[in-house]
Design a protein around this ligand. Sequence first.
Ligand code: UTP
Length: 294
Amino acid sequence: MHVHTAVVPAAGMGTRFLPATKAVPKELLPILDTPALQLVIDEAVGAGVDHMVIVTSHAKPAIEAYFEPSPEVLAKLRDTGRAVMADRLESIGRDVRVSFAYQDEALGLGHAVGCAREAVGDEPFAVLLPDELMGTSALLDQMARLCERTGGSVVGLKEVPHDEVDRYGVIDPVGAPDADGVVAVRTLVEKPKPEDAPSDLIVIGRYVLTPDVFERIAEVRPGAGGEIQLTDALRAQAESGPFHGVVGRVRRHDTGNPFGWLTAVVDLALDDADIGAPLRDWIEHRLANGPDVG
Ligand code: UTP
């Protein structure tokens, strides 16, 4: 079945990015001039998704405000000849249906995905974590096709240095990934010690899940801090049916902390047609001469 719905969990507290996230949700922090949330929506639409379910909290009204029409701003832009930006603003939420689901207590990623159950219905769906940027729709598209073909859930994967595995969910693979990066998954382990890790392949923030995951989430026992972990539900799926991973060839950025966000912005800006060259000049000048004073 075609994957046409994507869930974006955006109800977390963003504690690693305080105080910026005290008033501005981290999902709306700009990557150059575009909120991270918009970039993941564009990625999902590029993979064939036509329905976005944003899981948010009533404490983050700015998320919904982002999708509301802004007639005064539009009028001003049109009156002052800035039609390109006006068109861009008008297109927000137009090319894709946007629904909201609410998670008013941040009880973990598994719980957040579970909150989207009604909006998703009984069909496979994608999940995109908005604090990870991939810069391409190709990985999600490949994962969606694999889910359609195998009838099982699919996770995005990345290889990391062995001593970093204890920060992530790690898969136990059946053999090595094939030429397309596809590998069958026996099970998953959350934050293993390097000596216990079954591989160096970590789960990144892209998933295509079959709807039975909602039953699995409902069965998960809360862990530390009362959190319902998505990994626990995925492990139950992997141990009872087809389950695959795809090693992505992506420029992945974790924008959920200040350093990751900054490197994402610089990386994208260096490739930007307008500001790439001046930014490069500025950085070279700054590194050679130190800060400009006076
Ligand atoms: P993170 O763990 O990176 O987000 O979850 P967080 O909890 O907001 O961040 P820190 O650790 O406090 O800095 C990844 C995504 O899942 C969402 C977050 O909003 C983020 O987009 N999330 C996380 C939820 O929607 N609900 C949760 O209970 C937890």
